[in-house]
Design a protein around this ligand. Sequence first.
Ligand code: FEO
Length: 395
Amino acid sequence: MKKIIKNNVSFVGYIDWELQKFHGDDYNITSGSSQNSYLIEEEKTALIDTVWSPHSNEFVFNLKNIIDLKKIDYIIINHGEADHSGALYTLMQEIPETPIYCTEAAIKSLTGQYGEHGWRFNTVKTGDELDIGNNKKLIFIEMKMLHWPDSMATYLTQDNILFSMDAFGQHLATQELFNNRVNQELLYKEAIKYFANILNPFAPLITKKLTELKSLNLPIDIIAPSHGAIWLKDPLQIVDAYEKWSNSYQEDQITIAYESMWGATAKLAQMIADEINTQNPNTKIKLFNISKSDKTEVMAEVFKSRAIAVGAPTCLNSIPSSVSGWLAYLKSLKFKGKKAAAFGCYGWSGGSVKILQKELQEAGFKVADTGVAPLWSPKDEDISNIKNMVSELLN
Ligand code: FEO
């Protein structure tokens, strides 16, 4: 499939309507995804990125229907992760002499994954250019740690297209290709979910990179990421969104995430939600049972929240493993500037709230002094504790 993006630039990637998991099982996909590869056909022909290896044969077959592979003068690899480089080995078996342009770190990631094959690597750095004829050139911009050390973006002059790699992407399958042709609510939901779950750990670097990108003064008409819709209409809207999201983003929302053995901690979670609503009716509240919810979606809600409350009963003198795993994931996302509180019922011996408080502190949250730990089930005497805890979260 070749879909024209602008003039002689086409989409030649793979739209994956069936994908359900990403990064192993870590990221739940709910709207499909795509691995975007682009073909630029000027006096010289350049291919930007490939697709994931399960689609290698289809990718190369499709490419052969579009162009004589020998006419590809340059292969640009913006990032070596398997979802974009997976078809490279199959492609290089067809055109082993074609030069590959990538960062020095990408040579490591590519040879590390696919072995040494004598491929003709050309290392590029920020500001390096590649002439592709017709007065057009490619300019490379290193995007180190966005989100791998090998990441870079490629800019096409005259057409003013920024091939931004993972940055500005979304796990969203769309035949319509462009941002203005997809459901806007879904587009932003997937974009923010992608940011929260993949890019947020590198938020301080994103802020710096966006400043650097702006200082290059490159006119940008299109931002073509490696996943999901291409930003054609008002492309800088997603750059503006990234500026907000990378700076300790929060909305007036509190997310409550809990696990419950026999329903008591679930009841407590609901009481906390009611109390938030009483103290501040304007604050949006999201409530999730951890083991019954999609953690990728929950983390996107945590990302949007100004505070969270995490609940777990005491179980085996500890907390349930579903919550331990959830907290480990939470920790890895490095959210900043948010408050947190802990709650959980117990029967014989307690301790879950203290464990939760420690974990939340280590995850970078400002933890409320008040925790709520009712014996057996929440009762009237727990109300004042709940009030205090909620007050600490809201103020
Ligand atoms: Fe879409 Fe970092 O790969």
